[in-house]
Structure formats: C-alpha cells, structure tokens
Design a protein around this ligand. Structure first.
Ligand code: CAA
Length: 247
C-alpha cells in the first residue's frame, strides 16, 4: 500500500490525537498541525506519541488565518510531499447564550471552526486534483445537526461544515477526491471536560448508549473514510453520537 501524507489540523488535540494514532496504524505519513503559540506542548506531544510507537510529525499553523494555513501546507509539502489525506479537526468552543455572546466569541468560533476548513482545504485541494487522489474528512458535530443551547456560534459553524462538504464533494467527485463529514456526539476530551457537571449529566442522560464516546470511536470512523477502498463514498455525513440524534 502507498504511504500517503496525511495532515490532521488540531492533530495534537483530543480527537486529533486519536486520529493521528489511527492513521499511523494505517501506515500513513501523519503530520499533526498545532497552533504556533503551543509549540512547546506540541514537541512534548510528539515525544509521547513516538514513545508509544506512533511516528508522527508536527507542523505549526493557525487555521483561522489564510496565510498561516498556506505556509503550514507548503511546509508539509516541501518536507514530506503532496498531501493526499486532510482531516480538518481543529476546533474551539466559546459557549454562551446569545444574549451574553460578544462579537469576538462569535467571530473566534466561526474563524477557527468554519473559515479554518476553507483556509486549509483551499490550500490543499490543487495538489489533490493534480495527484488525482484525495481524502478530505471534516469533523463537524451533532450540534451542527440539532443545535445546542449555549452554542449558536459553534452550531452555526458546524452546520456550515456540512454544506461545505456536500458542495466540495460535487466539485471533486470526478477527480479522485472524496470529501466527507464525521459528526461526533459528546466525546471524552478536554473540550467536554469544561461543561459544568450538572449540565453534562443531563446531556449524558439523553444519550441512548448511556455514555460519552472515546476519541478512538471517532478516529475509527475517520480512518474508514481515509481508506482507498472508501472511494465511492463522497458528500456523506457519518454521525458517531451514541444515538443522541438520528436524522
Ligand atoms: N435547555 C433549556 N434551558 C437551559 C439549558 C438547556 N439545554 N441549559 C441551561 N438552561 C437554562 C438554565 O436552567 C438557566 O435557567 P434560569 O435562568 O431559569 O435559571 C438558564 O438556561 C441559564 O442561562 P444563562 O444565560 O445564565 O447560562 P449560563 O451562563 O448559566 O450557562 C452555558 C450557559 C455555558 C451555555 C451552559 O448551559 C453550558 O455549558 N451548556 C452546555 C453547552 C454544550 O453542550 N457545549 C458542548 C461543548 S462540547 C462540544 O461542543 C463538542 C461537540 O461537538 C459536541
């Protein structure tokens, strides 16, 4: 099997780390993106991953900024070759009811979670078309499908990711490039750790499977879309939410 270069934005984060492990397991050349301000933590993360047998590389880039995203992509291409797998995993929350939400809370989440998908994919896509091969997997959310109290910004951005996926899938369908979405439910990561305990208990109580997901549950679904054999699946959304929402 060909070893393909895979860029995972937010690769050092909760879901991102599990995606990196999954794609290392598929024997891809895995590069994890991280925020420029977090380079020390990223170096430590790489050391830990390598000590566990995952031969990951790292690259810095701010996905909310187009020029920074372009530099990140060019650095990966120069060092490792054309990117053939892209997992858009970088994401943040700034949960507040709309009445309390500042323009900055709105903009920061849209810039990272939605504009970030554009900024990185736009810089990767020409290379995939040239290769005649590509796998783009966008991490959306159950809350982009059903909405969530306190997440107008996040739900709007994640819903936008669904539209982006379906539109781009049509543009690239005859070019060997698939574009799909995974919509995780609540996952055991630092992002959900900050939800107040009582609210988290309410949310978990509404999940038919009765618990949050492990990051590896999401990573396995991502890994499925990244395989060569998944060539006939494009524009799809795969919910991995324990039954929390069924559309
Ligand atoms: N539905 C209806 N009412 C709700 C509610 C809900 N789900 N949650 C809270 N309320 C009510 C409260 O009971 C309270 O009512 P009273 O004013 O009558 O007492 C009121 O709303 C609280 O309103 P506030 O404006 O004061 O809100 P707050 O500042 O106390 O907290 C919040 C708001 C921070 C958004 C908090 O509700 C929260 O953290 N919610 C969870 C949000 C969430 O699910 N985030 C997901 C993070 S993980 C992630 O995003 C990953 C992923 O993809 C799933």
């Amino acid at each position: 099997m060909t070893k393909r270069v895979a860029l995972i934005t937010g690769g050092t984060g909760g879901i991102g780390t599990a995606v990196c492990q999954e794609l290392c397991g598929q024997d891809q050349l895995v590069v994890a993106g991280f925020l420029p301000s977090e380079s020390e933590q990223a170096e430590t993360w790489r050391g830990t991953m390598r000590s566990k047998g995952h031969a990951v590389e790292i690259v810095s880039g701010d996905v909310s900024n187009f020029d920074s995203s372009r530099s990140m992509v060019r650095e990966v291409e120069t060092k490792h070759g054309p990117i053939e797998i892209l997992v858009n995993c970088a994401g943040i929350t700034r949960d507040k009811t709309l009445r309390k939400m500042s323009p900055d809370d709105w903009q920061a989440v849209i810039d990272t979670n939605l504009n970030g998908v554009f900024n990185v994919t736009r810089n990767v896509v020409d290379g995939m078309i040239e290769s005649g091969y590509g796998r783009v997997v966008n991490i959306s959310s159950v809350n982009g499908q059903k909405g969530q109290f306190g997440q107008t910004n996040y739900s709007a951005a994640k819903a936008g990711v669904h539209g982006f996926t379906m539109a781009l899938a049509q543009e690239l369908a005859n070019k060997g490039v698939t574009v799909n979405t995974i919509s995780p439910g609540y996952v055991d990561t630092p992002m959900t750790d900050v939800i107040p305990e009582d609210i988290k208990n309410q949310i978990v109580g509404a999940i038919p499977i009765g618990d949050v997901a492990d990051p590896s549950d999401i990573a396995r679904a991502v890994g499925f879309f990244c395989q060569e054999q998944a060539a006939y699946i494009t524009g799809a959304n795969l919910p991995v939410n324990g039954g929390l929402y069924m559309s």
